[in-house]
Design a protein around this ligand. Structure first.
Ligand code: NDP
Ligand code: 2IT
Length: 444
């Protein structure tokens, strides 16, 4: 089948999976020219095999809350593609989680992991469990119930989960503990582990730092200095906070952060002390970003996203489709020069179209946020070797991986006028490696 025919066929077969179809459409439409240069790909129906996950596990998770009530959630693991290495990708706990969202994430992960230069396939998992307002014991019992089923599908050379929305060090610790008990092994199944039991230095920071390193590579192509630039960040979780931390250390001004209830606006830029407050607010007290506005008396946009403020750079770091066509128009009108995505697929197709048409520096998540899974790959290497590297070593490797990803995007995304289409670059580079590996391994 031709690439475009595969897309219409997938739309017919999976009409209730909009996020999955959105991610697939973007990749198929950007790789089509390259794909058509290889008639052998079509003969092997490669694109369809690459779009449909290898397998999907879905199951009920029953657990008992603090009041003694029995709660039931859905659990999933999508093993998308393992052509270049074991399935690898995070676990998301959020009330919105469904099969479509996890299929889009596993699909994207496959190309992202291919770009990292490390041997990792793509996967994703999660649950519609909502961690907000749950006690520590409830989170622990839920993680254990989830792993009671998931453990048999994962392993250090089979499928290695990590964190994502709603899953940080605490949740990974509980899931790893249960995995270890069931599988009777202490191996690198799970990344993002605590430092005391096999975790890698710089893994918590890696996605945010990596996104800033990618941004620096992009800015360098136009000779732009980050110092003094105003950056609007969305989210206030793992990715957003470490993005802010790195930006502050480089002299940039972080003017917004947000959560699902609203946005704080600090035109002169958040200070290090204020960022420390956000870390504590989110990780220890598990509070709302509104409390920051109350503490420091800054502006708070209730129920709104950050994109209306004047900024030079936007770094969406919360969730999918959080920046739409109107937001993109507003950012461009306000003179944005770069958008670098910490979240997965945060910009809607209309927003992406506008960024590309305006020829600003626009980096899609699968390139810009690949630092997290890259250091996960480095954690796997350290676990296999039973050693641990220093923070400096890991950070140096992260910087070099992000530089390499940037170079791949430039190689495949350079346009006739000299600008770089990072969407095309990332998709073609990510695709070619997986495609070649699949061709070599036959129809399986
Ligand atoms: P966290 O759970 O630490 O933080 C998520 C942040 O996004 C919170 O501020 C949360 O607000 C906000 N958010 C989540 N869902 C929504 C929503 N539906 N609408 C508005 N705001 C929302 O997650 P991470 O920081 O780990 O993940 C953020 C993004 O980065 C995700 O897209 C994830 O897939 C991506 N990513 C994460 C990586 C990692 O290593 N962790 C690696 C690569 C990408 P609230 O508290 O109100 O829910
Ligand atoms: O989207 C992502 O890349 C992640 N959530 C991190 C995955 C990982 O395996 O570290």
């Amino acid at each position: 089948m031709k690439a475009s025919e595969v897309l219409s066929d997938l739309k017919r077969r999976f009409p209730n999976e909009p996020e999955y179809l959105q991610a697939v459409e973007e990749v198929i439409t950007t790789i089509e020219d390259e794909y058509n240069k290889h008639p052998e790909f079509e003969r092997y129906n490669l694109i369809e095999r690459l779009c449909i996950p290898d397998r999907i596990f879905s199951f009920r998770i029953s657990w008992v809350d603090d009041k003694g009530n029995v709660q039931n959630n859905m659990g999933y693991r999508i093993q998308h593609n393992n052509a270049i290495g074991p399935y690898k990708g995070g676990i998301r706990f959020h009330s919105s989680v469904n099969q479509s969202i996890l299929k889009f994430l596993a699909f994207e992960q496959t190309f992202k992991n291919s770009l990292t230069t490390l041997p990792m396939g793509g996967g994703k998992g999660g649950s519609d469990f909502n961690p907000k307002g749950k006690s520590d014991m409830e989170v622990m019992r839920f993680c254990q119930a989830f792993l009671a089923e998931l453990w048999r599908h994962i392993g250090p050379d089979t499928d290695v989960p990590a964190g994502d929305i709603g899953v940080g060090g605490r949740e990974v610790g509980y899931m790893f503990g249960m995995y270890k008990k069931m599988a009777r092994e202490h191996t690198g199944t799970f990344t993002g582990k605590g430092l005391e039991f096999g975790g890698s230095l710089v893994r918590p920071e890696a996605t945010g730092y990596g996104n800033v390193y990618f941004l620096l590579n992009m800015l360098a192509t136009r000779g732009i200095d980050i110092k003094g630039k105003k950056v609007a960040i969305s989210g206030s979780g793992n990715v957003a906070t470490y993005t802010a931390k790195k930006l502050l250390s480089l002299g940039a001004k972080v003017v917004t952060m947000s959560d699902s209830n609203g946005t704080i606006y600090v035109p002169e830029g958040i200070s290090e002390e204020q960022l420390e407050y956000i870390f504590k607010l989110k990780n220890i007290y598990r509070g709302r970003i509104k409390e920051f506005a109350e503490e420091y008396g800054c502006e708070y946009f209730d129920g709104e996203r950050p994109w209306k403020v004047k900024c030079d750079i936007a770094m969406p770091s919360a969730t999918q489709n959080e920046l739409d066509g109107d937001d993109a128009r507003m950012l461009l009108e306000n003179g944005v020069i770069a958008v670098s995505e910490g979240a997965n697929m945060p910009s809607t197709p209309e927003a992406v179209h506008q960024f590309l048409a305006a020829k600003i520096l626009y980096a899609p998540g699968k390139a810009a946020n690949a630092g997290g899974v890259s250091v996960s790959g480095l954690e796997m290497s350290q676990n296999s070797e039973k050693i641990s590297w220093s923070a400096e070593e890991v950070d140096a490797k992260l910087q070099s991986i992000m530089k390499n990803i940037h170079e791949q995007c430039v190689k495949y995304g350079i346009q006739e006028d000299g600008t770089v289409n990072y969407v095309k670059g990332a998709n073609v580079a990510g695709f070619m490696k997986v495609a070649k590996a699949m061709m070599a391994q036959g129809i399986i």
